[in-house]
Design a protein around this ligand. Structure first.
Ligand SMILES: [Zn+2]
Length: 216
């Protein structure tokens, strides 16, 4: 799942308007921001295996630290706790912790059974929405556009930048999404980690948008 995670980040503005959209994106996509580092360091592994599911050629052979149920619970608690220590806001910390955890739930719905429950245990989960391209697009796009709707409803542009930066991001994410589905598979497993690092740009973009909008 890709734009669905950003959709939930956008929607979370309705749950708590205090954290910037950048922080909300940081939380909802935190697991996939960690994962490239684990890949590059050789701690986790992915393989390119066209046909493994209809939607993606990626075979997530080993990623228990970033993507197991227990791992994600740990990161969610850590994220919420660190936010609380810095900002001393209980509600926002809870919302952000839940957002980090939401990543696993969304991945659980979409992935084929490749999500480990605990590191070191072979039981893997995944409901396999990825076996159908149309079903994946319908579910993921619905979450994304619902998020866009809520974010636009809760916030208002304070200048022109507040409009263009938001629309720019929406279009950018949709282009990346379509390219991922219909483009050629990645050249190599090594490249995936480095491409994954570029997602930090989207986090920064979230802060940029949020600075130019206010909550009503
Ligand atoms: Zn993920």
């Amino acid at each position: 799942m890709f734009i669905g995670h950003f959709g939930l980040g956008l929607a979370a503005k309705k749950a708590d308007a205090r954290p910037s959209l950048g922080t909300l994106f940081f939380a909802s996509q935190f697991i996939d921001l960690l994962w490239p580092f684990f890949l590059i360091l050789g701690i986790e592994h992915v393989e390119v295996e066209p046909g493994i599911s209809a939607f993606t050629p990626l075979d997530f052979v080993y990623y228990p630290f970033s993507h197991s149920l227990l791992g994600v619970l740990f990161w969610a608690l850590l994220f919420g706790a660190v936010y609380y220590l810095i900002k001393k806001n209980y509600k926002a910390s809870i919302v952000l912790g839940i957002l980090v955890f939401s990543h696993w739930i969304l991945d659980l719905i979409t992935h084929i059974p490749d999500l480990p429950l605990f590191p070191g245990v072979d039981t893997k989960a995944g409901f396999g929405l990825w076996n159908s391209i149309p079903a994946t697009i319908i579910v993921e796009a619905s979450i994304f556009f619902a998020g866009v709707y809520f974010y636009m409803k809760v916030t208002k542009a304070i200048n022109k930048k507040g409009i263009y930066t938001l629309w720019g991001l929406i279009i950018f994410l949709l282009i990346i999404y379509v390219m991922n589905i219909f483009g050629p598979p990645p050249e190599s497993a090594e490249a995936i980690g480095y491409v994954g690092l570029s997602q930090w740009l989207i986090i920064a973009w979230g802060y940029w948008i949020d600075r130019n909008r206010k909550t009503e």
